[in-house]
Design a protein around this ligand. Structure first.
Ligand code: UDP
Length: 253
């Protein structure tokens, strides 16, 4: 079989050259990392679940007119995406306090935000992805004011879409991270949602019980991560039979 050219390998995904110019193949691994890769594990089925969930969310965004990189799913672990120039920022939206904002501002986990808060972090593992202000972003040339306005608008549209979708299946969207890329149509540049949207990059709490259904299950050893992601997928009607594609045996009376 012809070997594809690997373009980039990250902690949870690999990018290969795509079949057409301007496309890439995004492969979802089963690897999980946390705390800037200090904690690592392989979780059977995670890549399959995230491939399907990211497909589902990106298709939904396309349907409501939020531009994103997704073209089509290729197989259980791979999807075809548009190649973009990733802006070196993680864009985080928070609806409820959890994670780093609790330490930074002394907030109790679970405190509702007065309104959705958009934050930017500089993507740099060696520095531990530090939070940055719009001032830094513009001064260092990572994005200009127009890009920033577009990024905030994209992030808030993703937040509204994802919050509504999750609310419909009894899940609170606490916070999430997206990455945004530049793409060119001739001389015309636009910003689109890239990377992935999955329980790896969101905090999702069951509204009734508070059960965590996201990567905090792994970060804090709260149980089986694949079970939590399977529950999210099942509620959304994605892969109702679980990542193996095989339904569990049922008793016949
Ligand atoms: N997040 C992510 N990748 C990162 C950092 C954060 O996907 O490198 C997500 C994280 O899962 C959460 C949100 O962004 O949904 C906010 O994360 P936070 O700043 O609270 O950091 P954390 O507590 O995850 O280190």
């Amino acid at each position: 079989m012809a070997r594809r050219k690997k373009v980039y390998e990250g902690k949870a995904k690999i990018l290969y050259e795509g079949p057409e110019p301007g496309t890439l193949v995004q492969y979802f691994k089963d690897d999980a990392t946390a705390f800037n890769a200090e904690k690592r594990a392989t979780i059977d089925g995670k890549g399959v679940l995230n491939n399907r969930l990211s497909e589902f969310f990106m298709n939904g965004l396309t349907a409501i007119g939020v531009p994103n990189h997704f073209i089509k799913r290729i197989n259980m672990r791979e999807q075809l995406i548009r190649a973009v120039e990733i802006i070196p920022l993680e864009v985080v939206v928070r609806n409820v306090a959890a994670g780093s904002i609790c330490q930074r501002l002394g907030l109790e986990e679970g405190t509702p935000m007065p309104r959705p808060i958009v934050e930017f972090y500089f993507k740099n593992d060696a520095l531990g992805d530090p939070i940055v202000s719009e001032e830094h972003i513009i001064a260092f040339g990572w994005a200009n004011q127009q890009d920033l306005d577009d990024m905030v608008s994209l992030a808030l549209r993703v937040n509204d879409f994802m919050s509504g979708l999750m609310l419909g299946v009894g899940i609170k969207l606490v916070d999430f991270k997206i990455e945004i890329g530049r793409t060119w149509d001739g001389d015309f540049m636009r910003l689109i949602v890239a990377d992935e949207i999955s329980p790896d990059s969101c905090r999702l709490w069951d509204i009734e019980t508070g059960r965590k259904l996201d990567k905090d299950v792994f970060r804090r050893d709260l149980g089986d991560l694949a079970d939590a992601y399977t529950e999210v997928a099942r509620r959304l009607g994605v892969m109702p039979q679980g990542p193996s594609g095989v339904s569990k045996p049922t008793l016949i009376n």
